[in-house]
Every structure is written in C-alpha cells, then in structure tokens.
Ligand binder design. Structure first.
Ligand SMILES: [Zn+2]
Length: 295
C-alpha cells in the first residue's frame, strides 16, 4: 500500500505541474477561460471519457473495448445535460488519446462545477459484476479499490512520472488537496450517483469508495469516477455494448448531476440553471438575480 501510494504521488506530479501552468496562464490572461458562472450557479459539467486512441482500457469478451463504451455513455450524458440547460465540456469527443495533463487542463479552463470521469471495470474473475463510484483520496478505502486505481492510473504512467517536482513537496500539496472543500461535495455527488445507478442495476451497487485516481487529482472542482460495470463479465459486457443500456446509465448519471446541481444552487441561494428542475419551494433568495427562481 505504501509503495502504491508513493507511485500514485509520483504519477500525480505531472498533473500538479500542469495545474501550475494553467494557473499561471490564467493570471496572464484573465479573460474568459476558467471563470465560473457570474452568479455562482451550477453551470458546467466536465465529462471525462476514460482512455482513448491506443489506450483501449479494459477489454471484454468479443473484443468490446472500455474506451468505446465509456465514450458512448459520456456523449449520451452530455446530450441529456445540455437538454436540461447545463453546459458540458468533454475531455474527448472521439476515439483519441488524451494525456492526463490535458484532461486536467481542459477541466480547469472550463471552470466546471463538477468533473465526472467514466470508466468500465475489469477483474480477473469473470463473475465480478456491479457498479462502483469513487471519489479521490490518497488512501484507498480497501485493497480492491487500490487495484482499481492502479489499473486506471496505468495508462497515464509513462507520460507523467518524468517531469514532476520532488515527491516530498508533491505529497504535501496532495495532502492539502485531499482535504479541501471539494471533498465533501465530491462525496455527495458520488453518493447521489451510486443511488441513481442502483436504480438501474439488478445487483446492489458496492458502496462509495475512495482511491488515489490521478485523473481526479489536479482537478479544481468536485470530482468523482464511475465504474459503470465489469467489462470482463460476459453478461455485463453484452449489456454495456447495447445502446439501450448505455442510455440507461447516462440517464441515471444525469439524474445524479441534476440533483447535485439543485443542491449546489440551493446552498448558494440562487435559482437553478438546470431547466427541468422544479423551482425550490419558498427558499429565501439571498442576492437573487432578477429572472427565474420563484419567490
Ligand atoms: Zn478505465
């Protein structure tokens, strides 16, 4: 576990270096990139389809590839959220490799209020099945979570370990990251996603877990990673390859995002920008904008 944690930290060095670059650029050009909605409403969701290009991710029976399944679900999710008035930014919208640093940059420049990374699970046992939701922690909640993070981090291994600063400094920064304001929100979204996904799965989903996923580390917004099923389970793989199932999963995730958005806006006393959500019942509006929102 310790060795693994050190490795995760080394991998994260690249993400942090990238974050620093993005911040410096934002200072130089404080124009439109990286700003959130002016009134503080929940507006932008960054959707991260795992893998892509030469990185196929996990492979299922019959040659079903994780990279293709998660892109389908990501695009369907984006479509649904846009239909509800939210802005979506995808870290990839086609079958192309996107480096870790690039995913982080896209997310932070988009100024998103939520980062959702979509993956499919793999296991040596063909009977392993079910949906898992994760948010970031340096310490995995159990050994199985450690293994999932190690597998998902693998793809970023070669590109990010080279140029990072000393591991000591990185560890200190990551220690801060893991306890920031976003942790509570990330946990909340992960729980909402778990609950919604449970409604479309026949087995009870595993609990919300924590693990050191490097793709979540440099992202300056609430973030969660969803494993939408085991591509190594022949039965689940067959379903994951079907448009109907992809749509069902996207719908469940969208439901969680919309609920998260509603709560996010309610906490800030602003009307929600997710159009299909009912207005909040008689909440006191602090500094309410003129339009929307109901008394
Ligand atoms: Zn993956």
């Amino acid at each position: 576990m310790r060795a693994f944690a050190r490795r995760a930290i080394a991998l994260a060095a690249g993400a942090l270096a990238c974050t620093a670059v993005a911040a410096a650029r934002a200072d130089e050009a404080p124009a439109t990139d990286g700003v959130q909605a002016a009134d503080g409403r929940f507006e932008t969701v960054v959707i991260d389809a795992g893998h892509g290009g030469e990185d196929h991710g996990a492979e299922g029976p019959g040659g079903l590839l994780e990279k293709n399944v998660v892109l389908e679900v990501a695009q369907r999710l984006a479509e649904r959220l846009r239909a509800h008035g939210l802005r979506t930014v995808l870290t990839r919208d086609r079958d192309v490799a996107v480096a870790l640093a690039e995913r982080t940059r896209i997310a932070n420049e988009a100024g998103g209020e939520l980062f959702v990374s979509i993956h499919a699970n793999a296991a040596p046992s063909r009977v392993a099945r079910g949906i898992e939701t994760y948010f970031l922690s340096l310490d995995a909640s159990d050994d199985a979570s450690s293994r999932v993070a190690a597998r998902e981090n693998e793809a970023f291994g070669s590109g990010v370990s080279a140029a990072g600063p000393g591991a000591g400094a990185v560890e200190a920064i990551l220690g801060d990251l893991a306890t920031t304001e976003h942790l509570t929100d990330s946990d909340e979204f992960a729980r909402l996603a778990r609950a919604r996904l449970a409604e479309v799965d026949s087995v009870p989903p595993r609990g919300v877990k924590q693990a050191p996923f490097v793709v979540l580390m440099g992202v300056r917004m609430p973030a969660a990673l969803l494993e939408i099923g085991f591509i190594t389970n022949p039965k689940e793989a067959r379903r994951l390859g079907e448009a109907e199932r992809q749509d069902e999963l996207a719908g469940a995730i969208a439901g969680a995002v919309l609920e998260f958005a509603r709560r996010y806006d309610a906490r800030r006393g602003v009307g929600t920008s997710a159009s299909a959500q009912p207005p909040l019942p008689a909440e006191k509006q602090q500094a309410a904008p003129a339009e929307g929102g109901g008394s």
